[in-house]
Design a protein around this ligand. Structure first.
Ligand SMILES: CC(C)(COP(=O)(O)OP(=O)(O)OC[C@H]1O[C@@H](n2cnc3c(N)ncnc32)[C@H](O)[C@@H]1OP(=O)(O)O)[C@@H](O)C(=O)NCCC(=O)NCCS
Length: 186
């Protein structure tokens, strides 16, 4: 477990002020994360059963091979409850390009700023690892309009569209964010 974010300890909703546990970041991956990732992805309504399985496989790969898997995870949680996660890592064969493979926030927590915090933490950690460009892939499907808006709001720029990549009429949309200098090369 890492630092707590006290700004999340009190939130407002329609009923007034609700006290919540502080937000905690965790990088270590444990077998229980298979369930957390499955739950968040399945309930998101965004991913097919096959895609949910793919997200869980990333956890399994990381558990089996450690950092050598190339998959870094970041979990945002209250107590033991995972609220959101990201999976990211270096792109093999590149000098300092990294991929944001997966990111999801619990359906009921969306739109409350957690995704922005999660992405900022991923970007900070990527920079510390020496990553300079962070790529995010998404789909052109209408359902992913909010996801595309999310990346744009966070300063990711549209780098490319690969037409009909997923299937005829569904394109791959690639975003990239140029990260500020690392401590090694300011
Ligand atoms: C994409 C996702 C991670 C964003 O997390 P989130 O917690 O909902 O996002 P935030 O509340 O932090 O929003 C961050 C910014 O994106 C914008 N944004 C978020 N949802 C938006 C929407 N539906 N339409 C327009 N803008 C949106 C917000 O306005 C906010 O900008 P601001 O801080 O300048 O106001 C989350 O919605 C999610 O899990 N989506 C389903 C899975 C997915 O698409 N994952 C990414 C591809 S793998």
């Amino acid at each position: 477990m890492e630092k707590a974010d006290r700004r999340f300890s009190v939130v407002r909703n329609r009923g007034g002020i609700v006290r919540e546990q502080p937000l905690v970041w965790r990088e270590e991956v444990s077998p229980g994360d298979k369930e957390s990732v499955h739950r968040i992805c399945e309930l998101s309504g965004f991913f097919s059963a096959e895609e949910v399985d793919m997200a869980v496989e990333l956890v399994e790969e990381r558990l089996a091979k450690g950092v050598a898997s190339g998959y870094h995870f970041l979990f945002a949680q209250h107590g033991d409850t995972v609220l959101g996660f990201a999976c990211y890592g270096p792109i093999a064969g590149t000098e300092s390009s990294w991929d944001l493979y997966w990111m999801a926030v619990e359906e009921k927590r969306r739109g409350q700023g957690l995704g922005r915090k999660l992405a900022a933490e991923v970007e900070r950690r990527t920079r510390l690892f020496g990553g300079r460009r962070l790529y995010a892939w998404t789909s052109s499907r209408d359902q992913y309009h909010p996801t595309r808006k999310f990346y744009e709001r966070l300063g990711y720029s549209h780098e490319a569209t690969l037409r009909d990549y997923y299937k005829p009429g569904e394109h791959l949309v690639i975003y990239v964010k140029q990260l500020p200098g690392t401590p090694h090369s300011p």
